[in-house]
Design a protein around this ligand. Structure first.
Ligand SMILES: Cc1ncc(COP(=O)(O)O)c(C=O)c1O
Length: 315
């Protein structure tokens, strides 16, 4: 697997060609996984590319950075503009956006607070699981790896080192032929997918957990809670047992990379009737209408990449 090189990468205030975008081998963040990042999507909307919930992602980036005393030397407005300009220069209609802030080269003493480097990558990355899984659902397994507790590493901060836990879980799940891993928390309750939040549906109600179950508070999760309530569904937020997943009528995972992907099977056991359920489908459809700019009442969730509608064509 390799990246298709994009034309431009933004690094520390400059636009660099793909091959010039490099980080020094002594960077503190490389050695200790000390960085924070975001995964954001830009969608092709009717009047040009639009970034889904940019403000919420940038708020989370700065909040994650604060946990590690990582002082981002740019304002959110400057980074927003850098993101938009990176998309414009690469001429993407839709893409995935990955801003990363990390401790750069300074010292490798663990107590050092090194200078901060910032990197913005954008690339074309359709749904990680693909259209078939979006429609039919995926087969997941309960991972033998537990999700670390927030008292060990704060799970609400999206830090690079956190993903070692996810990498172990997804690789182990893949080795047994599953699409994704579900991690339990240290108390044996459901935590989340390797890189997704989890929702169950029982008797017409949605259930999901929160930071007390050692999860990242996903922006797709927050959007789904809002969408479901706007559609008139009740959403209950509390810790969830594995049994509740196994006995759910429907279940799905949410995340920027996988959007809203149904779970059709857990360790060989069908969830509901083993296919995407009707409530999941309704919420998915509403979500895709929103990101494509087809729902006026959610237009404020979209940040246009080009300042004026139609500017892309004129430029
Ligand atoms: C551990 C973890 N949980 C949940 C999510 C979903 O978060 P979001 O919807 O903000 O992408 C992600 C993805 O970033 C994640 O890495």
């Amino acid at each position: 697997m390799s990246f298709e090189k994009t034309r431009w990468v933004w690094q520390d205030g400059e636009f660099l060609r793909w091959d010039e975008a490099k980080i020094h081998s002594s960077a503190f963040g490389l050695h200790y996984g000390a960085g924070v990042f975001e995964g954001i999507r830009c969608y092709e909307a009717a009047d040009g590319p639009a970034i889904f919930r940019l403000k919420e992602h940038m708020d989370r980036l700065y909040a994650s950075a604060a946990v590690y005393q990582l002082n981002i030397p740019f304002t959110p407005e400057e980074l927003n503009e850098a993101i938009c300009e990176t998309i414009r220069r690469n001429d993407f209609k839709s893409c995935y956006i990955r801003p990363t802030a990390y401790f750069d080269s300074g010292s490798l003493g663990i107590r050092s607070v090194c200078p901060v480097g910032i990197n913005i990558l954008t690339w074309e990355w359709p749904n990680d699981f693909g259209a078939e899984k979006l429609a039919k659902g995926m087969r997941v397994t309960v991972s033998p790896y537990k999700k670390f507790h927030s008292s060990m590493i704060p799970t609400t901060a999206k830090a690079t080192g956190n993903y070692l836990n996810s990498i172990l879980a997804v690789r182990e799940a893949a080795s047994r032929g599953y699409d994704e891993a579900i991690l339990l928390d240290v108390n044996g309750n459901l935590a989340e997918g390797a890189v997704e939040n989890i929702f169950l549906i029982k008797d017409g109600r949605l259930l999901t957990n929160d930071q007390n179950s050692s999860i990242l508070l996903g922006i797709t999760r927050a959007s789904v809670i809002q969408i479901a309530r706007d559609l008139g569904y009740e959403v209950e937020i509390r810790s969830l047992k594995l049994d509740e997943l196994l006995n759910a009528d429907e279940a799905f995972l949410t995340g920027t990379a996988i959007e809203i992907t149904p779970i059709r099977e857990v360790d060989g056991r069908a969830i509901g009737n083993g296919a995407r359920g009707p409530i999941t489908e309704t919420i998915q459809k509403t979500f895709f209408d929103i990101v494509a700019g087809r729902k006026e009442e959610y237009r404020h969730w979209l940040h246009p990449v080009w300042k004026q509608a139609g500017a892309r064509k004129a430029a």
